[in-house]
Design a binder for this molecule. Structure first.
Ligand SMILES: [Cu+2]
Length: 396
């Protein structure tokens, strides 16, 4: 963690210095040759534009770094251990503009916090059970001693209500994993207790590290209707063409409709509904994946749900780097659609080389919609932040 922190800090410091320098060079408006040659003006305009894009890139880098630091803020190095705390508790989470689900969560988030460690890190995961029933933890995909990750027994691995339990291990296999209760508490996983766990390879050379590394947890959640409460109407939404930076603002797809409260269930009665979610949200509430031209983008996709999800990325071909945390043994393949089975993880990588607005969505209509409406379900936007879309600014 300290590695990430210090290197990112260095990037931020360097970027801020670069920003300041650029400001010094370009006070604001171009004060160029008043009656100079048109060609020269054009070239200077182009140079200015290039510098503006560069500033945009730097700002993006800072945003990425800040986000990563926030993610890591609940992970601290304690003696030689990297420690993370998971609080299992019931929480009501908003999954769509007019739908909230009372689910089981880690740290009040759906999915739980993104845990990231480096290969070789000694990790201490401290689980606090703030629920009214016992729970446990499984580190899905990691090969660990039975005493750490084996089936829990009453004297080890079952965490009673109000109790705390520490799981200690060495993160020695790089890859994409996830955590959730053991199979005997599978109903809790279905109700929202899950999160991602990424082990980054040690000694990464810069060339191997993607510019953007995104974890996407897709899946479904069964829920039963409880009640609804009226609330202030909001502007109708749908995809807004990327003008909004907050997923929340774009989420109000139903003008003035009441907020409906649901309760997550493992096994639904007849009237139970299934909500398909990407990082705990139904489109268009799912935040966009922001990229910049030329970036190498890695997507780590985890299926936390009960059905296979065929995901399609439009406008790009991605390389399949790994399945279930392991590098592919066969020659690497390029695809545009990949089916992720329940419990499976797939690591993809592509180059952001086709500016525009693109969809990453399930091919199954039921999964990529909500109650028959689109946008909804497992769908999000891939958005180039350094490109101004003329079509979006000028509808004609
Ligand atoms: Cu699992």
């Amino acid at each position: 963690m300290s590695m990430i922190r210090s290197s990112k800090l260095r990037i931020i410091t360097a970027s801020l210095a670069a920003l300041t320098a650029l400001h010094a060079v370009f006070p604001s408006a171009p004060a160029f040759a008043q009656d100079g040659m048109a060609a020269e003006q054009a070239r200077e305009r182009q140079e200015l534009q290039d510098m503006r894009e560069e500033v945009g890139d730097i700002k993006g880098t800072i945003n990425d770094a800040m986000r990563q630091m926030t993610e890591l803020s609940n992970q601290m190095k304690n003696n030689e251990y990297f420690e993370a705390h998971l609080f299992a508790k019931e929480t009501t989470v908003k999954v769509a503009g007019d739908v909230s689900i009372t689910a089981l969560t880690y740290n009040g988030k759906l999915p739980g916090p993104e845990l990231k460690f480096f290969q070789g890190d000694k990790v201490r995961l401290v689980l606090h059970n703030q629920m009214k029933f016992p729970t446990s933890l499984h580190l899905h995909g990691m090969i660990l001693p039975g005493t750490v990750d084996g089936l829990p027994r009453p004297d080890s691995g079952i965490v009673k209500p109000g109790a705390t339990y520490a799981y200690q291990f060495i993160a020695n296999q790089p890859g994409t994993y996830w955590y959730h209760p053991q199979v005997i508490h599978g109903d809790q996983k279905a109700k929202g207790l899950f999160g991602s766990l990424v082990i980054l390879p040690k000694g990464n050379r810069r060339a191997d590290v993607p510019d953007k590394d995104v974890v996407l947890v897709v899946g479904d959640m069964k829920a039963e209707y409880r009640s609804s409460e009226s609330r202030q109407s909001a502007p109708s939404g749908g995809y807004d063409g990327g003008t909004s930076t907050k997923g929340d603002a774009a989420s109000q797809s139903l003008t003035g409709s009441p907020m409906r409260l649901f309760q997550a269930v493992a096994v639904g009665k007849k009237d139970a509904q299934i909500f398909y979610l990407i990082n705990g949200k139904s489109a268009p509430m799912a935040p966009p994946i922001d990229v910049r031209r030329g970036q190498k983008v890695r997507l780590r996709i985890i299926n936390s749900g009960q059905s296979a999800v065929p995901l399609h990325l439009s406008g790009h071909r991605f390389e399949v780097l790994a399945r279930d945390g392991s590098d592919m043994l066969e020659p690497r393949v390029y695809r545009d659609t990949i089916t992720v089975a329940p419990g499976e993880r797939v690591d993809l990588e592509f180059t952001a080389d086709n500016p525009g607005l693109w969809a990453l969505a399930s091919e199954v209509f039921e999964q990529a919609s909500r109650e028959g409406r689109t946008p909804g379900g497992i769908a999000c936007i891939l958005r180039y932040t350094d490109i101004v879309e003329p079509a979006l600014q000028n509808p004609n």
